[in-house]
Write a protein that binds this ligand. Structure first.
Ligand code: ADP
Ligand code: MG
Length: 614
């Protein structure tokens, strides 16, 4: 038999590699704009048609390429930006892999026109599916124009994988914002179907933010942005954060490091922590935060399509970030009418003769309930109702559980936890409620103390989860569809959880301008404020590092049960306590809340005896 291993032709290898780099029109746009920035352009004009499916064109006035370089640029691993591995640690360009143009040319029809100042004539190259069709001298302006037509013309599977025009356009704009926000000195024009939708003249960061986002906003951006700044040995942090009262359900949130957009769930949490208690639970602050750090301390060699960046000293930066934002918010609270046009030059009022400066008083409503006036809010009052509902869903089975931590001495849980733990020789178990918070009862091995709120959370969590499993795809049509309006940023996060939501029974229709119409919901969620819930889930999907779609059912169930569970301070009757404990032990995991907190503790008989001996 003859040998069977051979090298793949370049065109095939390039197409495979392109799958990694170019996933959708927005990935191509991102690469092209980044190349223009790297080429030192100060004016970049972008043109798209059919959400980038048929046309993406980027025109720049950068340094251009020589005839040979223009041809070389389309080779894989051809780059002018690094030549040895150490260059990676002092990287000052956006690109460095030398893969983008080769990848784009593998899956589209590409035309490149380029000229350097020193050349009289420019070069024109046409390539389609990695095949060079034409190369010739051409009259053109200094700079580079790359025109990408019919993306994925030779990869039907990819084409089918693309989402609606609306979604793809969101992706395009998102990439555009990510770059435009870090290069305020560059002027950008953005044409969609020949209509000029953005005309951003050179400016500073603050004006750039306002020029991009200002038109959709209630108030002028300059009234709501607070400058932040902090320089330490480790990192420089600067930018703007929104005042607490301008927090939104769907906020614009951007992190950049060394001029590159990044996603950073961990730092996102630091920002949220700074605003804790200042804003409602289901709102989020706007922020545009720029980090400058020695490239040695971050891992840039990331996957081209990934935007997560690893930092050394993440914890230290977390604390610096938190302190920086807190400081800005603190200043703001003391001096509410600072003129922020003075760019961070904050003048504190002279210390009054009274001496003490009043600490910032966060304004927030501790009784705020994101779910509004719903049945679930009143659930504790409809106690019996809750159990009726629960009895109906027969899906609760007691499963054998194995955990390392043994609460009751034995490593093996029997199939009936309650029987094992409780003393069956007693005619009736009596329950005692302590501080309207804990339920106490005697068990075989001693005294059992249950946190009623946590127990209820577990019961509701499993109920909701069960209902979602059982009624898979079963939806309740909404008589009046609700509309969910998002920012580009949030729409992208929403897209990642939309499929599991549909599986859970949501009927969601995608409208224009990042608006979604919610036409149906899972039957178990009838009385919940759906819009608040979805916004809450979007926020949660931002802070999870894993694929949010994996946990979406759990997240929904947890969110719902938290809103509906017994609050601390709820008096319970003997029957209620008994029912609570029965239901708890019918749960798959009666010992821990879905978010991992202990539900019960046991004080053993020996422990009690010991105490009496002293
Ligand atoms: P990378 O940006 O990682 O180097 P690309 O495939 O994006 O790889 O580009 C390959 C090379 O082509 C770049 O290194 C650069 O020298 C050149 N190039 C690409 N786009 C432009 C442009 N708009 N202006 C000038 N040179 C460019
Ligand atoms: Mg590049």
């Amino acid at each position: 038999m003859s040998d069977i291993i051979h090298l793949l032709p370049d065109s095939v290898a390039n197409q495979i590699a392109a799958g990694e780099v170019i996933q959708r029109p927005s990935s191509a746009l991102k690469e092209l704009i980044e190349n223009s920035i790297d080429a030192g352009a100060d004016t970049i004009s972008i043109q798209i048609k059919h959400a980038g499916r048929t046309l993406i064109q980027v025109v720049d006035n950068g340094k251009g390429m020589s005839e040979t370089d223009a041809r070389m640029a389309f080779e894989r691993h051809a780059t002018s930006k690094i030549s040895e591995i150490n260059d990676l640690y002092s990287l000052h360009s956006l690109g460095f892999r030398g893969e983008a143009l080769a990848s784009i040319a593998a899956v589209a029809q590409v035309e490149l026109k380029t000229r350097r100042t020193e050349d009289e004539l420019g070069t024109l190259i046409r390539i389609a599916g990695s095949r060079v069709l034409e190369q010739e001298p051409v009259q053109c302006d200094v700079g580079t124009t790359v025109t990408v037509k019919n993306l994925f013309f030779n990869v039907p599977a990819r084409r089918r994988f693309l989402k609606s025009d609306n979604v793809e356009k969101n992706h395009l704009l998102y990439e555009f914002y990510n770059i435009a926000l870090v290069h305020p000195q560059v002027s950008f024009l953005f044409y969609d179907e020949e209509e000029l939708i953005y005309n951003l003249s050179p400016s500073n960061i603050k004006l750039r933010i306002e020029n991009i986002f200002g038109k959709n906003l209630r108030k002028r951006w300059e009234q709501q942005l607070l400058p932040i700044e902090s320089t330490t040995n480790l990192v420089k942090i600067y930018g703007y954060v929104g005042k607490p009262e301008y927090a939104q359900k769907s906020a614009n949130q951007y992190f950049f490091v060394n001029g590159r957009y990044m996603r950073h769930p961990y730092f996102h949490k630091a920002v949220l922590t700074a605003y804790e208690q200042m804003i409602h639970e289901n709102e989020s602050p706007n922020y545009f935060i720029y980090f400058e750090i020695d490239p040695k301390n971050i891992d840039v060699n990331i996957h081209p399509s990934k935007t997560e960046i690893k930092f050394e000293n993440e914890q230290a930066i977390w604390s610096i970030l938190l302190a920086t934002i807190k400081e800005a918010l603190g200043k703001f609270n003391i001096v509410p009418s600072i003129d922020f046009n003075s760019e961070g030059d904050v003048k504190l009022p002279p210390k009054s003769s009274m001496g003490n400066v009043v600490p910032p008083q966060p304004s927030f409503n501790p009784y705020f309930n994101p779910f509004g006036d719903t049945t679930y809010q009143r659930a504790p009052l409809n106690w019996e109702e809750l159990y009726k509902r629960f009895e109906k869903s027969n899906g609760m089975t007691i499963e054998k559980q194995s955990t390392d931590e043994t609460l009751f001495g034995s490593k093996e849980y029997s199939s009936d936890e309650k029987e094992k733990i409780f003393d069956n020789n007693l005619l009736a178990t009596s329950y005692f409620q302590l501080k309207n918070r804990y339920v106490l009862t005697g068990i075989k091995s001693g005294l059992l103390i249950i946190d009623q709120h946590r127990a209820h959370l577990r019961i509701l969590f499993e109920t909701f989860l069960n209902q979602m499993e059982l009624q898979k795809g079963f939806s309740q049509q909404l008589l009046f569809p609700e509309s969910l309006k998002l920012t580009v940023n949030d729409a992208l996060f929403f897209e990642t959880i939309i499929e599991p939501l549909k599986k859970a029974g949501f009927i969601i229709e995608n409208k224009e301008n990042y608006t979604y119409e919610i036409k149906g919901i899972p039957a178990s969620l009838e009385s919940v404020n759906i819009i608040e819930l979805l916004r809450d889930l979007i926020e949660k999907s931002k802070t999870t590092e894993e694929d949010p779609s994996l946990h979406i059912k759990e997240t929904i169930a947890l969110t719902l049960s938290k809103a509906a569970s017994l609050k601390v301070g709820q008096a319970l009757t003997a029957e209620e306590m008994s029912a609570l404990i029965d239901q708890l032990f019918a749960c798959k995991d009666p010992y821990y809340t879905p978010d991992g907190k202990k539900i019960m503790i046991v004080i053993s008989e020996e422990e009690i005896e010991k105490r009496f001996q002293k």
